[in-house]
Every structure is written in structure tokens, then in C-alpha cells.
Ligand binder design. Sequence first.
Ligand code: TAP
Length: 503
Amino acid sequence: MTLADIQAAVGLRTPIRHQLFIDGRFVDALDGQTLATLNPHDNSVIAEVAMAGPADIDLAVRAAQRAFPAWSRLAAADRGRILLRLADLIEANAEELARLESLDTGHPLKDSLALDVPRTAACYRYFGGMADKFQGDVVPVEAGFLNYVTREPVGVVGQVVPWNFPLMFTSWKMAPALAAGNCVVMKPAEITPLSSLKIAELMREAGMPDGVVNIVPGLGSVAGQYIAEHPDIAKIAFTGSTATGRRIVQASAGNLKKVQLELGGKGANIVFDDANLTAAVNGSAWAIFHNQGQACIAGSRLMLHERIADEFLERFAALARSIRLGNPMDPQTEMGPLTSLQHRDRVLGYVDVAREQGGELLSGGRAPGGDLAAGCYVEPTIVRAHSHTDRIAQEEVFGPFVTVLTFKDDTEALQIANSTDYGLGSGLWTGQLKRAHQFARELHAGMVWINSYKRVNPGSPFGGVGQSGYGREMGFDAMREYTQAKSVWVNVDAQIAPWYPRA
Ligand code: TAP
């Protein structure tokens, strides 16, 4: 199949962008290297995408440096206006962006249309509106002096995003950075670069000045590592695994970059015996199976009060078995493939890990055959762990794989919930207000959902504690992350005393 055939087959109107975006232009990599990007439904090649090496990243950084003075001094409202225009363009191109995202990642088209694209537009719109509302302070200091504090952009920021929500995550990172006046060098994951390159095209259409945004697909170990080390990049923002986050911290030490990390999770999703079971069953399926479980905030530890465990599991397993797996482009599909074969095998490997440690497979646990055999599919999988210390209850699987644990009372529930090194998202289902707030306070997590799971909003801080990283995306917190305070002292009418009182 040629590129044009693929475009026609999935209903794309414009050519798939497959070059680097540097200084406002689409260009090949200097050394001509490319990398095939695959459709996870059948592992066919969708496009050969240019792969940035260090020399390309140097060009991107220099372009960003050149663009920074004018961009950072542009009136905040004018920066905002460009982001607002971009949000409108994303909506105008929603169908195409959604198709591209589903083709590249395996997200069901239904989800890309209803969630990924609208959330991406909402994020640019939120920060477009925020640009001229994020203001400094005046500090009440000694008489005769005025002290004011401005928030200045950091400079050129490097951003590295993973493959699980490539379109949405580029907006979470670029929107606040740009609203605050920074210039960006962004590396999408090597396996899912397409939607971010389409966004580059829309950025240009929205009037983004050349060099402010540079998108450089490439290998994590080469391009990502080089961005993390780069002496002229003032900050790196990263989403991905805890192991890579650690490498980024080490690489950033050379020029003491600011670092922001949004890493893995092992979300506790706790169902108490007084919960509304229908809501909890549906919400728990959403918590783990949406996006094939490839979410850092997935509710991957399903913790059930022992009194309701059997009934809950019966209903939950029946729901899991009814989920319609299939080609993401089919409007009936509820769960698509994982994003790569390598990742599918890693997820399936955890079924063996579970068995070795005495876990009980309750549902799924296989790659489906038939029409889906060539793709990266995994059945919705439910495993009861032998103990909360087992690997499947401690390690991030990052797939449609949920680990079931039971507890007898609130004390044990809290102890199990807080027993991992991670601390990103947690949820609980209960009818008791007091218990809900107590757990919200005690859970070791950056986000807690009560009688719901996995809600996000551009205004609500998103991030973790412990080995889930540090820093917050979204809201005013994100603007603080992408700026630094400058304190300015003005002598309004204070007398300057002699330099040192002398007798
Ligand atoms: P990572 O290695 O963390 O990949 C995430 C991003 O970091 C990708 O853009 C990757 O580029 C880049 N990267 C890799 N090595 C780098 C380095 N040395 N310096 C700078 N950037 C680097 O994750 P993965 O290998 O794709 O997935 C492994 C596991 O990580 C998953 O199973 C899951 O548990 C976890 N994970 C978590 C998240 C979230 S949202 N917390 C997202 C993805 C994965 P390339 O892809 O081009 O190598």
C-alpha cells in the first residue's frame, strides 16, 4: 500500500506529515534517517518518519533561541490569541486528527473523536485564555520600598512525551509552556509521531511564529537523551516511565535544568461494601480498560471489600468479557490494540508472572486470534493476586490487566493502597462522606477520585508524589512550572542610610 492508499483507506484528507518540524518548516533529518511507524491493528507500515539526531536537535534549539526574545515579549493576550486560534483549528480538523491518532496508536476512533481531540482543543483553549490572566504579585515590604514579583518564562524548554496519549499529551505540555512565553523543542515517542506533526502544521496555520515550536521525532535513547543533556535547554518536562525519568534527572544535571516529571502509577481503585455496585463496576472498567489500560492513572489495582468481592467480580468479569475488541477504525470498537507488539508481549508476560506467584487468572490473559492475530491486541485481563506485595500488585503493567486484591476493613484498605512506591491517581467508591474525605486525605497520591475515576480537566492539577514524579500539569500550577519568579525592589521614597553607622 502506498501512503496515498493508506490515507484514502482511513479517510485522511491531507498528506501524512512525516518530516521534522524545525523553525517553521518541515524538513528531512540531516543524515536522512527515517523510522517506520506502524498501524498497531495489523502492524502494516503507515509512514516512514524522519528521525532527528543530535545535529537536528541543535538546529531546533537554535531556532527556539532565536524566536525566544520576540515570543516572550509579545503581549500575553497575543500569545493567547494564537493558542485560541489553534484550538479552533483543532476542532475544524477534528475528524482527521482523530483518524490519524487512532491509526497510529490503536485508540478506538470513537474515543479519539469524543475524548482525545476535544480534550486537546480544550487544553489549548484553557491556556490560551490563561496567558493574560497569570499575573505577578506585589509584596508588602518595608516602608519606602515597592517590591513586585514578575513571572518570567524559563527559556527554551525540552518536552518528551510517550505513546499512550500522544495528541493530548503534546497539548498538556506545549499549551502552558507557550502561554507563559517559552519556546519548545518537543520529542514525540518514536512509535506515535503523526498527530504531533499534524499539530505543527496547524500551529503554522494559527500564526505561530517560526522557531517557537519545533517537533523532532526520534529515538528516546538518542534524541530524548540529547534533549535532556542539552546545555541550552533550560527545562525538561517528561511523561513516561519511572526508569526513564530517573535517566532524565541524571542527564539534566550538566546545566542544572529545571525538571518536571510525570511518571508511572499503580492506581488503587477501592470499592467499599456500601458502594453503589453498578456505578463501581462500570467506573472500574473505565478505570482500567479505557485506552487498553495504557494510562499512568489507570485503576490497575482493584481493591474490593471481601463482603462484596464475589458479586462484584462476577459482574465485572461479565462486563470485561463483553467488551468489543477490534479495529480502532470500526465505530463499534470499544477496545483497540495496544500500541506496539513489544508492549503487547510485555503485558502478556505479566500473566506468567502472576501464575508464578500464585495469582489466579479470572478472565482474559491472551492475545486474541482470528482477524486480530496480526495486531497488538490483548483481551481484557483480570487476575486475583496472592498478596499485595506480588509483582503484579506493585509494578506498572500498563495494559488491560487489572490486579484484584481484597481487604477486610478501612485500616487494611489504606495500608494496601499506600503500599507501592508510586503515588499518582487513586479512586474510591463508598456511600460514606466521612470515609471518603478521610481516604482523600490519607491516600499517598496526587489525585483522588471519589465515586468516579480518571477525571481530568485543564484547570485541575495533574501529577504525582513518590516515584510517580514531581511537578504538576494543568491549571495555574502548570503556569508556575513554566515560569520563574523575579523579585524587583524599588526605592520609592526611602532614605538610604550611611553605608555603615560610624561613631
Ligand atoms: P519510556 O522509555 O519512558 O518512553 C517515554 C518517552 O521517553 C518516549 O518518548 C521515549 O522515546 C522517551 N525516552 C526513552 N528513553 C529516553 C532517554 N534516555 N532520554 C529521554 N527520553 C527517553 O517508556 P516506554 O519504554 O515506551 O514504556 C515502558 C513502560 O513505561 C510502560 O510499560 C509503562 O509502564 C511506562 N510508561 C508510562 C507512561 C506514563 S504516561 N506514565 C507512558 C509510557 C510508558 P522513544 O519512545 O522514542 O524511545
